[in-house]
Design a protein around this ligand. Structure first.
Ligand code: FAD
Length: 394
């Protein structure tokens, strides 16, 4: 693995750095630094800024409107945007359905949907999980029955992130009755304004509204909203596995930035006559976390090097996800510790900010929200099963 950057890569770094210095809105920086995810409006604002720069889809090939950047450039982009306290882009359109569409979509689907993802005009949510069908996704029961030029969809989705603001949903539905459960599943693109869709919010521990229940009651979906072939929807997700390796390579970058916030905070927190940063016990915990975040970044770079060389790095995506989520939980916990009682600010029941604004409740919200990272995107237990099967041959 060669860690030296080419002159072109170094010039690219300067370009991204200069862009971030002038283009990241202060309100967005403040929110990221406070540990909060951007609001949907802020996600859109950031997407719009990148889109106008021609960087709307950093990881997409040029032919589909992406930047065509190399994995190394993607890594540099992530480093510079993280250093500037810019948020990651909202990923469900860009990284989940977008690549499936440019790989399996019809020319009409590509022409219609891809530009709308790039510009941020469409906000996509992912309708996969259901009650009794999370880890065991193949047992999903939402059914689509073909009637003429439409599918009639009935069922319920659960934990659907941002369905409350989404204009579209990519949705796994059962269209067949095959014995092998994966074979009867299709992927539909559903307009969230279609009659028969009800979105019910779920309030999570961090006092935010990210997730929802989505009920589908005789929802009529035109057949040209089917992606690929009927009954083959399950397989289309596999296209994401290769991409996941390049993208998970950047997880350590953001984590290191979050650990840097902890260091900064500890330098401000008084601990008797000194700051918390001078407390040897705290320093030890922080140093250990910094080392492990660096190790995660190095592991990501190895995945990236494999990706560039076209080598199958096995279940490294699963390994990265486990380490990242566990370290993020430790980092946010240490952040709370670095704030002491000041971390206990919560929003009022009416949703208004406590005294001190977002800085007063952001870190606690980040700490509580980090609990979900070992669950979503395939729980860590499931990732361990994947490692056992693919790396250890168990
Ligand atoms: C904040 C958040 C956002 C989400 N956003 C979305 C979204 O936008 N769209 C969407 O479709 N889904 C979303 N999900 C759902 C997420 O993918 C599921 O929660 C996840 O797959 C786990 O499924 P489950 O909740 O049904 O738990 P279950 O599958 O019931 O698992 C319960 C527990 O049992 C363990 N377990 C289950 N099976 C095994 C096994 N074979 N071996 C070992 N342990 C096992 C699990 O690890 C877990 O600890 C979101 C979830 C959260 C928390």
């Amino acid at each position: 693995m060669n860690l030296a950057h080419s002159p072109e890569d170094l010039a690219f770094r300067e370009e991204v750095r200069a862009f971030c210095a002038s283009q990241v809105p202060d309100t967005l920086r403040a929110r990221v630094r406070a540990g909060l995810r951007p609001t949907p409006k802020q996600f859109r604002e950031w997407q719009d800024i990148l889109y106008r720069q021609g960087w709307g889809a950093p990881s997409w090939p040029r032919e589909h409107g992406g930047t065509g950047w190399s994995p190394v450039q993607l890594h540099i982009f992530e480093q510079e945007t993280a250093a500037a306290d810019a948020p990651p882009q909202f990923h469900q359109g860009l990284e989940l359905i977008g690549p499936i569409l440019f790989t399996y979509g019809t020319p009409a689907q590509k022409a219609y949907y891809l530009p709308r993802i790039l510009s941020g005009e469409d906000w996509w949510c992912q309708g996969y999980s259901e009650p009794q069908a999370g880890s065991d996704l193949a047992s999903l029961r939402t059914r689509a029955v073909r009637e003429g030029d439409h599918y009639i969809v009935n069922g319920q989705k659960l934990w659907t992130s941002y369905a409350q603001v989404a204009s579209k949903m990519f949705c796994l539905v059962r269209t067949g009755t095959e014995t092998r459960r994966q074979d009867g599943i299709s992927l539909l693109l559903i307009d969230m304004k279609t009659p028969g869709i009800t979105v019910r919010p779920i309030q999570t521990l961090d006092e935010q509204h990210h997730v929802n229940e989505v009920f589908l009651d005789n929802v009529r979906v035109p057949v040209d909203c089917l992606v690929g072939q009927e009954g083959r929807g399950w397989g289309y997700g596999k296209v994401l596995l290769d991409r996941e390796r390049a993208l998970s390579a950047t997880l350590g970058v953001r984590l290191s930035r979050q650990v840097a916030y902890v260091r900064e905070q500890a330098g401000r927190t008084q601990d008797g006559a000194r700051t918390l940063l001078d407390n040897p016990v705290f320093r030890h915990k922080l140093a250990q976390l910094e080392i492990e975040a660096m190790a995660l970044d190095a592991m990501g770079l190895r995945a990236l090097a494999d990706n560039v060389a076209g080598i199958d790095s096995g279940p490294r995506g699963s390994m990265l996800k486990i380490r990242w989520s566990e370290l993020l939980q430790r980092a946010t916990q240490l952040w709370i510790e670095s704030l002491g009682y000041a971390a206990a600010g919560f929003r009022a029941p009416d949703g208004s900010d406590p005294q001190g604004g977002i800085d007063a409740y952001g870190p606690m919200s980040a700490y509580l929200h980090s609990r979900v990272t070992t669950i979503y995107g395939g729980s860590n237990e499931i990732q361990r099963n994947i490692i056992a099967r693919r790396a250890l041959d168990l």
